[in-house]
Design a protein around this ligand. Structure first.
Ligand code: 7TS
Length: 415
């Protein structure tokens, strides 16, 4: 691990690693503020993928030949690197590579939920979950007869912890909570919630899709039983995600998908499962993406995750303050003082979020509009959609100024 400091980032230097940021549309610079959806990919990560295809493209875990050995070692080592990055002392055995956070979530739902839940059991989750978690638990609940309970949010978009303590009981078998909300920017007290769950004999699943890319995360300090995130939101490629699980829990779980690679011994009658984590990675995996996730982690670690977090918080505060200057803009979620991740979702009175996103796009500014896969949360906020600007290591205050100016243009157009 690099020496972590909170010195400001050398953003100009970082931007040079991302050729896509040089794009212009009719002479207008791209201002990419849709990082909660996916982040851009720096050259060392792209190079890693190219090196793989140019140098040692082969299937993993099956060939004796040199290329296959090289690919296998690199792919396996990437699991260890992820474990180190998130503080999983069990190493690769606690790190399953999936396609994305959504698949990690489904793995837990199928392999754990369908076997462990039944009528009378409860899954406690929150009102700010992404559909990846919410829809999946709904399906598991339907198939097992378990109930889902929701920890409500308060006016500021933070969890009502008094309600959480009431809702988590001895009937709770799983607490499932998002670490950083992709809509509100709320940073949830996941460690405290995991402690409450454990006091009642329940497990804790944490959706870290917006957390691992933006702050130091230590799954053991949180004491999460499961923790999920996606490579493509942290400078990595699409097609690789992670499910961390405590070793003894993964050990006892049945596989989710079956086939080659996940078995140790097969007869016509039955099969014995492979060691962790391969038991959960059947078939040919996303090899180059897995290897490139290590390159993405090296890239972020070189910058230092504490500095990434400080940069995110600085930009979130700046955007919050600049957008708050206007009375016709409503921002959702906590104030910067209450703590928020590097994104700001908002609505402007006179302009629908989709129109806003389309108009600011004419000024080269890429933001997201819609429900951000949190429809029930938007229902609770009383809106169908919101506009969202989300930041990363290569964004600047000037780019937020460009957003605010583009929003001004939209306001005038619709006045
Ligand atoms: N959980 C959270 C908190 C997320 O923000 C996302 C993606 C997911 C799960 C699912 O991740 P995936 O990699 O499996 O797709 N969120 C968003 C978003 O906010 N805009 O686009 C994708």
């Amino acid at each position: 691990m690099s020496t972590q400091t909170t010195d400001p980032l050398d953003v100009e230097r970082i931007r040079q690693d991302f050729p896509i940021l040089q794009r212009q549309f009719d002479g207008t610079d791209l201002v990419y503020l849709d990082n909660a959806a996916t982040t851009q990919t720096p050259e060392p990560v792209v190079d890693c993928i190219v090196d793989y295809y140019h140098g040692y493209n082969a299937n993993v875990h099956r060939g004796i030949h040199t290329l296959s050995q090289e690919a296998s070692i690199a792919y396996e080592d990437a699991h260890d690197r992820v474990a180190e990055f998130i503080g999983a002392s069990g190493g690769r055995e606690e790190v399953v590579f999936t396609k994305n956070t959504t698949e990690s979530m489904n793995l837990v739902a199928y392999a754990w939920g369908l076997n462990e839940l039944g009528p009378g059991d409860e899954v406690v989750t929150t009102e700010m979950e992404h559909h990846a978690s919410l829809v999946t638990w709904q399906q598991v609940a339907k198939r097992t007869g378990a109930d889902i309970k929701f920890i409500p949010i308060d006016e500021s978009g933070q969890l009502d912890m008094a309600a959480a303590k009431e809702l988590i009981t001895d009937d709770t078998k799983m607490l499932s909570v998002v670490h950083v909300s992709n809509t509100l920017g709320t940073v949830n007290p996941v460690s405290e919630l995991a402690d409450i769950a454990h006091d009642h004999g329940a497990l804790a699943f944490v959706d870290g899709a917006q957390a691992v890319p933006t702050r130091p995360v230590d799954v053991e300090a949180i004491d999460a039983d499961f923790y999920a995130f996606s490579g493509h939101k942290m400078c990595g490629p699409t097609g690789v995600g992670v499910l961390y699980g405590k070793r003894h829990i993964l050990d006892e779980m049945e596989p989710y998908l079956y086939g080659g690679g996940m078995i140790k011994k097969v007869t016509f009658e039955e099969s014995k499962w492979n060691d962790l984590p391969w038991k959960f990675e059947p078939g040919t995996p996303n090899i180059s993406q897995g290897i490139a996730l290590e390159a993405a982690i090296d890239y972020l670690d070189d910058i230092g995750m504490e500095r990434v977090q400080a940069h995110e918080e600085m930009l979130a505060e700046y955007a919050y303050d600049r957008l708050s200057e206007h009375d016709d803009i409503e921002i959702y979620g906590p104030t910067p003082e209450q703590g928020r991740g590097g994104l700001v979702s908002f609505n402007i009175d006179s302009v629908h979020a989709h129109d806003l996103s389309s108009i600011v796009n004419d000024f080269g500014v890429a933001i997201r509009a819609g429900d951000h896969c949190t429809q029930p949360l938007h229902d609770k906020l009383g809106v169908a959609a919101s506009a969202r600007a989300s930041f990363y290591i290569y964004n600047t205050r000037e780019e937020i100024d460009a957003l605010v100016e583009a929003v001004d243009e939209a306001r005038q157009l619709f006045a």
